[in-house]
Design a protein around this ligand. Structure first.
Ligand code: SF4
Ligand code: SF4
Length: 553
């Protein structure tokens, strides 16, 4: 189909497979103006508020912190820091119920609010963003703790550094989940923040065009944004048909560009990057005002809530505090859902805090969102496959998930499932298909981690063995060399010559000493030193003695 975009241009739109026309139930929360929540007495700030590594506390109990001060961060590549939403004292860092389908507790920083709302020194605004180094803008987005606010919670700075040329920036204003209207309210109330954010994103990515896709059930948002567009021809507001899940990243890319993101691939491969409208507004706040992400818009709705509305709320306020501020519960609901009825999850307690990814608190009546009865056997009707927007085979994935044959589920592209819930919604047997797929994903990740851990341990073991073998070989080589050197020393003549000379010198010295000693021990004879006359006499005596001895014989 073809539509006219904001610039009077005719744009072609494409269909995606499956999808559902759902009663949107958005009217309820749009009847009142946007308000701001009152700051509660304490805030609970979970350390994991994004996809990636948990943040690590930079504060300790007893510390006083100021509004906007960074209180947790991590040097891991995929992480976003956390900032204090107001001033106060850190009361503790402890396990607390967090908004997660598991219902388990998680570590969180507890901030006791001091009521002064005193700001920390914020980084200087970068108004001239088109003339600064892009790395400075990326650093600002990262340091401001901005994550995908449409619910994906992926750190925004990483998505802005795709390492590929980007042609098209898509700003996602589709908000296709029934009941949720916070993006709609933002588009109507803060169009300039969104458009400024879009310009900053476009500049960082170097994208030649920016398309803001909005479903046609939000006419006020479309007209407001269009009326605030200046003469910048590169940004277009495109009205798209209302069909769940048009707000899914891959589906919106397909609708606006006709391109299919490949299985397990990323939009950047197609030269496309997609960001939510609220993320764009947060990026504008960070760059143009130096303000970190410390609050967000939340829809409170459903017949179980006294006054459905949208509120700007500080991160860390509990669902209970927030619902209390809107007038409390009506008693018409038996469930409290975080998110929408299709992709949200049931909360086991309202003591969980609002985090960066919390876009809605829904307390629906039984008519609004029926609680599904017991699941029946699959009748192989194939309806789940008909509605799947990713063209998967949910029925087959269900069998293998149920049998815990994880590799086979992955063969059916489990990780392409966007958990939209279309299959579960239409299943006549009320099989909670998407729960099986979430379970299979979690199990696969756990198994993958186990394999990685085992692989790591094996590598360490092999490395140790190799190191010991090397040390042993080196020791043996040293010994061998030593032996060889010893063997070579015997025939070395210069050394032998030296030894002989030394020996001869010693013998000569000994002889001299013996001679000297002998000379000293012999007394002088009376025949020594005779005169010639004396010698003559002595010779005559010796002659006579010799003649006498001869006669006697
Ligand atoms: S919709 Fe339900 S019953 Fe029908 S094939 Fe899928 S899982 Fe089976
Ligand atoms: S939840 Fe997954 S399998 Fe089911 S319709 Fe959505 S994408 Fe398809």
């Amino acid at each position: 189909m073809y539509v006219e975009s904001s610039k009077g241009k005719i744009r072609r739109l494409w269909d995606f497979h499956g999808g559902l026309h759902l009663p949107d139930n958005k009217r309820q929360s749009l009847q009142t103006d946007l308000t701001s929540a009152t700051m509660p007495a304490r805030l609970i700030l979970p350390l994991r508020q994004h996809i990636g590594e948990s943040a690590i506390p930079l504060v300790k109990p007893g510390d006083r912190v100021l509004k906007g001060e960074k209180i947790a961060d991590n040097t891991a590549p995929v992480c976003a820091p956390i900032h204090a939403p107001t001033s106060g004292i850190i009361k503790g860092i402890e396990a607390h119920p967090i908004p997660h389908p598991s219902g388990l507790n998680g570590p969180a920083i507890v901030l006791e609010v001091d009521g002064k709302d005193e700001w920390a020194d914020l980084p200087a605004p970068i108004n001239d963003f088109q003339n600064v180094d892009k790395s400075l803008l990326l650093q600002r987005v990262r340091e401001s703790g901005i994550v995908g606010l449409g619910g994906a919670t992926f750190p925004a700075a990483i998505k802005l550094n795709p390492g590929k040329a980007i042609k098209t920036l898509i700003i996602n204003g589709a908000e296709c989940e029934p009941f949720i209207t916070c993006d709609d309210r933002l588009m109507q109330g803060a169009p300039d923040r969104i458009l400024n954010g879009a310009r900053i994103l476009q500049h960082i990515l170097g994208a030649e065009e920016c398309l803001i896709g909005i479903e046609d059930n939000k006419p006020d948002a479309i007209s407001t944004l269009r009326s605030h567009l200046t003469d910048d021809d590169s940004i277009e507001v495109v009205r798209i048909p209302t069909l769940y899940p048009s707000g899914g990243e891959k589906q919106l890319i397909r609708i606006l560009t006709g391109q299919e993101v490949p299985s397990e691939g990323l939009p950047a491969q197609l030269g496309v990057i997609c960001h939510n409208v609220a993320t764009a507004a947060a990026i504008a706040d960070a760059v143009l005002e130096g303000r970190p992400l410390i609050s967000r818009l939340v829809t409170l709705t459903g017949e179980g809530i006294a006054n459905p509305c949208n509120m700007e709320v500080p991160l860390g306020i509990t669902a209970a505090d927030l619902i209390e501020q809107t007038g409390g519960y009506t008693g018409k609901s038996s469930q409290l859902i975080m998110g929408g009825p299709m992709m949200g999850f049931n909360l086991s307690t309202d003591q969980v805090p609002i985090t960066k990814g919390s876009n809605c608190l829904l307390a629906p009546s039984e008519e609004e969102v029926p609680t599904t009865g017991s699941a029946l056997a699959c009748i192989r009707c194939g309806r789940c496959a008909e509605v799947c927007p990713v063209n998967l085979l949910p029925q087959q994935m269900y069998w293998f998930s149920r049998a815990k044959e994880l590799e086979k589920v992955q063969d059916y592209n489990l990780f392409d499932c966007i958990e939209c819930g279309c299959c579960s919604h239409v299943c006549p047997s009320h099989i909670p298909l998407v729960h099986y797929f979430r379970f299979a994903k979690t199990e696969s990740w756990a198994k993958e981690k186990e394999l990685q851990a085992a692989d790591h341990a094996k590598k360490r073991h092999d490395f140790r063995i190799a190191r010991l073998e090397r040390l042993d070989a080196e020791r043996k080589a040293r010994l061998r060399k030593k032996k060889e050197n010893l063997g070579k020393k015997k025939p070395v003549k210069p050394a032998a010559k030296g030894e002989d000379a030394k020996k001869a010198a010693i013998e000569a010295a000994m002889k001299r000493a013996a001679a000297k000693k002998a000379a000293q021990q012999s007394p002088p004879k009376n025949t020594d030193n005779l005169t010639p006359a004396q010698q003559k006499q002595l010779d005559a005596v010796d002659k006579h003695r010799a003649e006498t001895t001869a006669d006697q014989e």
